[in-house]
Write a protein that binds this ligand. Structure first.
Ligand code: HEC
Length: 125
């Protein structure tokens, strides 16, 4: 009886650990499964959600952990697109600090969407 109780407790604990793990992964990579590289890449519907997920925590308005480099408005994000550092940093090109700093690289699909927006003229669309 005692052994059975211990086994039951262990299974319950394992169950909670595994469900936590998956919850966390869903939070960390919410859009990685649904990135469609052929869909239009607009500032409001594509870039802002990506930047919120990967960049604004450090570079957004009041955040202080972005080394003084600001993002979070169309003007700041466009300036970063135009000077080449947006694409250089997320593509981990040589000569740029790899971003997002200390986190997983964005997926190829996400990077190609950012490139598509830049190549389309970094419009405020
Ligand atoms: C964990 C905090 C953090 C996150 C998240 C982050 N950055 Fe940074 N970023 C920094 C810091 C700190 C610096 C300044 C020091 C350096 O260059 O490494 C920096 C520098 C930069 C630079 C200048 C690099 C250069 O070589 O000129 C760019 C551009 C940049 N970040 C873009 C981004 C973009 C785009 C994202 C999202 C994909 C992002 N960062 C996510 C902290 C972060």
């Amino acid at each position: 009886m005692k052994t059975k109780n211990i086994l039951t407790s262990i299974s319950i604990i394992l169950f909670f650990f595994s469900s936590c793990y998956y919850d966390k992964e869903d939070q960390l990579y919410p859009s990685s499964g649904i990135c469609d590289s052929t869909a239009p890449a607009t500032y409001a519907s594509t870039m802002v959600p990506l930047f919120q997920q990967y960049c604004y925590s450090c570079h957004g308005g009041t955040a202080s952990s972005g080394g003084g480099i600001l993002m979070g408005t169309y003007a700041t994000d466009k300036a970063m697109a135009l000077n080449g550092s947006l694409y250089g940093s997320i593509a981990h090109a040589s000569g740029y600090s790899p971003m997002p700093k200390g986190l997983n690289k964005m997926t190829d699909c996400q990077i190609s969407k950012v490139k598509k927006w830049i190549d389309g003229g970094s419009l405020n669309n």
